[in-house]
Design a protein around this ligand. Structure first.
Ligand code: AMP
Ligand code: GLY
Length: 422
């Protein structure tokens, strides 16, 4: 098969690496990709939000399947564009229609969906300028912390957790006034849930599904889970605290009702469902849905999948998931993310990256990297994810941290405490 993979992060490098292992692959293209993805395919300069450009390029290259890494093209309707055009509708798309992608694209939509299908989640209010008083009254009459979520896509930055009443009320007003642009014209105020988080990933065709390995990521920039939220500073798969008993509960109370809901709503949904969960006294609640794989979770989830991932995606595209059973590496995978100094706020790009070990058992996934002539340089906040395997997360993380020490670029920072709470 000729495959076009959209995206440029560590997630896409990890997906590209798994695709390249398949005998079913003829040619892999990654748009725009990074300096690591080009080890497994050809990077191409396409704008992942320019669907006309993607369609004509895909026809020209006889692409059989498009795998969509990030959420923005999905929420914008890349699936719908490709499927409504008679010249491109034969191309398999891994990623849901715009309707299905609303599970990530609108928090208020996701909350209504969960309520309709009895999926456990925090209680909430939907607030706009029109019912601002309802939001203020909720904050005034309930104890904090207060969870304020921009309804729309906000690059992972749209959730504020605030202890003080006055600050929560002023933040609510600022959000509604456009702090996150149109994304926060509606704000979801949620009950605060106190517990430990982990994530479940399913590949679905809209009625059947296959569960992929579970993972836990570390979002905060600082050690001990402090400081600003980032895209993710590291991840572990599987998190050891998730017992078979908990997974049985997660599947029956959350995954099945979610996929049934997708089916009942009639969404065209061939792709990944990423369910962010929180365990409160061993009871799982949904924190969020995403319509794609996570980053850096993919850097630990995909390396553990030993089955042919093209067979897997083909099964989703042809309604054959019911017959699939996955071969998963039982070892623990852990990843540590090297980031640019200053991230997630302002940081410099173009720093030369050196001392990447060429022989090790770990996997070096590129995220924000690019080639400047012959030189590998940084091109983003999250630069490189180092994934290692071990009998447990301590062993895996020790291997990753050794390599994190070795690799050099100006301003390099990483969390040395990934897995501290496990
Ligand atoms: P989200 O973008 O919805 O995943 O939220 C970002 C982070 O905010 C989550 O990973 C949680 O750590 C935290 N969070 C979101 N919703 C809640 C909630 N209802 N209670 C406690 N923490 C939350
Ligand atoms: N690591 C969290 C995400 O991909 O949304």
């Amino acid at each position: 098969m000729n495959i076009l993979l959209l995206g440029s992060g560590g997630r896409e490098h990890a997906i590209a690496r798994s695709l390249a292992k398949s005998k079913k692959l003829s040619q892999l293209y990654i748009a725009p990709g990074n300096a690591g993805s080009s080890q497994h395919g050809i990077n191409v300069h396409l704008d992942i939000l320019d669907f006309d450009q993607i369609k004509s390029w895909a026809l020209d290259k006889a692409i059989d399947m498009i795998i969509v890494g990030p959420e923005a093209p999905l929420v914008d309707g890349i699936y719908n564009e490709i499927k409504k055009d008679p010249t491109t509708k034969h191309i398999a798309v891994i990623g849901p229609s715009a309707e299905g992608a609303m599970l990530e694209g609108s928090k208020a939509f996701a909350k209504k969906f969960m309520a309709e299908y009895n999926v456990p989640t925090a209680n909430y209010l939907e607030i706009t300028e029109d019912n601002l008083q309802v939001g203020i009254e909720y904050i005034n009459t309930n104890a904090g912390p207060y969870v304020l979520k921009a309804d729309g896509l906000a690059a992972g930055k749209g959730v504020l957790i605030i202890d003080e009443k006055d600050e929560a009320i002023s933040s609510l007003k600022e959000m509604l006034a456009g702090q996150f642009g149109k994304a926060s014209a509606t704000v979801v105020i949620e009950q605060f849930l106190d517990g430990i988080e982990f994530s479940v990933f399913a590949l679905t065709d809209g009625s059947d599904y296959v569960l992929l390995p579970i993972a836990k990521d570390y979002k905060r920039i600082g050690e001990g889970d402090t400081g600003l939220n980032t895209g993710g500073m590291g991840a572990v798969s599987p998190p050891p605290f998730v017992s078979d008993e908990i997974m049985t509960k997660v599947e029956s109370t959350i995954v099945k009702p979610t996929i049934d809901g997708i089916s009942k709503r009639g969404f065209d949904y061939i792709g990944f469902v990423f369910i962010g969960l929180i365990l409160v006294d061993s009871e799982p609640y949904v924190i969020e849905y995403n319509c794609r794989m996570g980053d850096p979770e993919t850097e630990v989830v995909f390396p553990r999948i030993q089955s042919d991932v093209i067979d897997l995606m083909n099964a989703a595209a042809t309604n054959a998931l019911a017959e699939v059973s996955l071969d998963i590496n039982p070892l623990t995978a852990a990843t540590v993310m090297l980031v640019s100094g200053g991230y997630p706020q302002g940081y410099e790009k173009g720093k030369p990256i050196t001392d990447i070990p060429t022989t090790s058992n770990s996997i070096i996934f590129h995220a924000g990297t690019t080639m400047r002539q012959e030189e590998l340089v940084t091109s983003g906040g999250r630069v490189i994810a180092i994934t290692s395997f071990g009998e447990d997360h301590h062993i895996a993380l020790n291997s990753s941290k050794k390599i994190a020490e070795e690799i050099q670029f100006e301003g390099k920072y990483y969390r040395k405490d990934i897995g501290f709470d496990l």
